[in-house]
Design a protein around this ligand. Structure first.
Ligand SMILES: C[S@@+](CC[C@H](N)C(=O)[O-])C[C@H]1O[C@@H](n2cnc3c(N)ncnc32)[C@H](O)[C@@H]1O
Length: 426
């Protein structure tokens, strides 16, 4: 019997310092050799070029580059693989640890398993110029949203809502949970017939349509994604609401036709950026009438990582949401208050987003061939990894999501809201 270690065994030895605390996954090498627990999902390394990426940046970016390029894959459940890796890789500071990476690269070279240095896959983006100018924001948004409306429909389902759903019970489906979320927002905003609602970051128009149909309000929805605006207008017209739903291809900074009775901002403020957040909050404040309500629904980081992200960009930044930035809930709340709002309610929905993302992931995997046809293989692989990784991030409390209900106070301090929260409940 040969005592020569297999390629997979040599890889395991190599990754040992990165996989601190154990190797809870299977590894399969390009020659078919395999090591690790039989019941665990396998990280399949198809191409040895992945090694340079994985060893140089054993954190998210290296893994993502190898994944998007198709050099690695999973045999089994991707979410489960990431969950197992998260405990050993992502808690490690390998991304900033260049001396450690160099040592690993030398070891890899001596083991004879190191391939040549590959360029990043073409799906990776770097945004030139100053962040959060209107033109750069338009490009960043177009990168993520102008992919293909049909591709998004495969993932989001007929509701076409691209934010965390509201899962009232185990029986809910994604569509029901999305409808419940839209309705929760309308109730929190206290919408009444004849009022004017501004929906900043309106996506494919689902909230605008729901609010106009169920609450009789007039809605202006703005988005800077052309594909979204086109489909949102079509959906509003098909729902017979073209006279009450106006969809604009417009930046929130360009809205000047206040006052509105209520403003919703759902899943948009993540794109705003901490540097211009104070200006964003001030614009929404000016656009609301005194006594009017703002519902700001936004993903939050647990800690402020903006400085770290600038030095060591993440997978999400380079592939998914260029210029998207997450800050802690407290930072957002302070900025909203500083603009003059009174915060009246905060609801944390973290577990709801984990469930939503698991559903989107399942939809994508169930329609994989069609998704690849619509968006291209590289893009589809980006979305598959992003959705599984974000589900995990919510599940494990690395990020959260919160609905902040705030009012623009009356000058005399009169309270525009009921005394208890009962009115908010279904
Ligand atoms: C995650 S999507 C959420 C869409 C929708 N609110 C929903 O829940 O389905 C974010 C939205 O914010 C919009 N957005 C981002 N930056 C914007 C800006 N500067 N001005 C207007 N809309 C913006 C995008 O175009 C997109 O429609």
């Amino acid at each position: 019997m040969s005592t020569t270690p297999s390629t997979a065994d040599r890889l395991r030895t190599l990754f040992q310092p990165v996989l601190r605390g154990g190797t809870p996954i299977r590894l399969r090498a390009w020659d078919g050799s395999e090591t690790g627990p039989a019941d665990a999902p396998a990280l399949v390394i198809h191409d040895r070029r992945a090694l340079r990426r994985l060893l140089w940046k054993p954190n998210q970016l290296g893994l993502a580059r190898a994944w998007v390029a198709g050099e690695i894959d999973v045999d089994g459940d991707l979410y489960e693989l990431l969950l197992r890796l998260a405990t050993v890789v992502w808690n490690e500071d390998g991304g900033g640890d260049r001396p450690g990476a160099l040592r690993l690269l030398r070891e890899a070279a001596s083991l004879g398993v190191l391939g040549p240095q590959p360029p990043p896959p073409p799906e990776e983006v770097r945004m030139p110029g100053r962040a959060h100018t209107r033109s750069r924001d338009r490009r960043a948004i177009s990168h993520h949203y102008d992919v293909s409306n049909d591709f998004y429909r495969l993932i989001l389902g007929p509701s076409m809502v691209y934010s965390c759903a509201y899962w009232r019970d185990d029986e809910s489906t994604l569509d029901v949970a999305q409808r419940d979320k839209l309705d929760l927002i309308c109730r929190k905003l206290g919408l009444r017939k004849g009022q004017r609602l501004l929906d900043v970051g309106c996506g494919w128009g689902s909230l605008a349509i729901h609010a106009a149909r169920e609450y009789g309000v007039e809605v202006v929805g703005v988005t800077i994604s052309r594909e979204q605006a086109d489909l949102a207008r079509k959906r509003a017209a098909e729902a017979g609401l073209a006279d009450r739903v106006e969809i604009r291809l417009q930046d929130y900074r360009e809205v000047t036709d206040g006052p509105y009775d209520a403003i919703a901002s759902v899943g948009m403020a993540e794109h705003v950026g901490p540097a211009v957040y104070a200006a964003y909050a001030a614009i929404l404040f000016r656009l609301l009438r005194p006594g009017g309500r703002l519902l700001n629904h936004q993903i939050a980081a647990r800690t402020d990582t903006t400085a770290v992200d600038a030095d060591d960009p993440s997978f999400i930044n380079r592939y998914v949401f260029p210029d998207g930035q997450l800050v802690p809930l407290g930072t957002t709340a302070t900025l909203i208050e500083d603009a003059g709002f009174e915060i009246r309610d905060v609801e944390a929905l973290r577990p709801h987003y984990a469930l939503t993302l698991r559903e989107w992931s399942r939809n994508l995997e169930a329609h994989w061939d069609e998704a690849v046809e619509l968006a291209g293989l590289g893009r589809a692989r980006v979305w598959r990894l992003y959705m599984a990784a974000c589900a995990l991030a919510f599940e494990t409390d690395r990020i959260g999501v919160n609905q902040i209900l705030a009012v623009r106070p009356h000058e005399d301090g009169r309270d525009p809201l009921p005394m208890t929260r009962a009115w908010m409940m279904p």
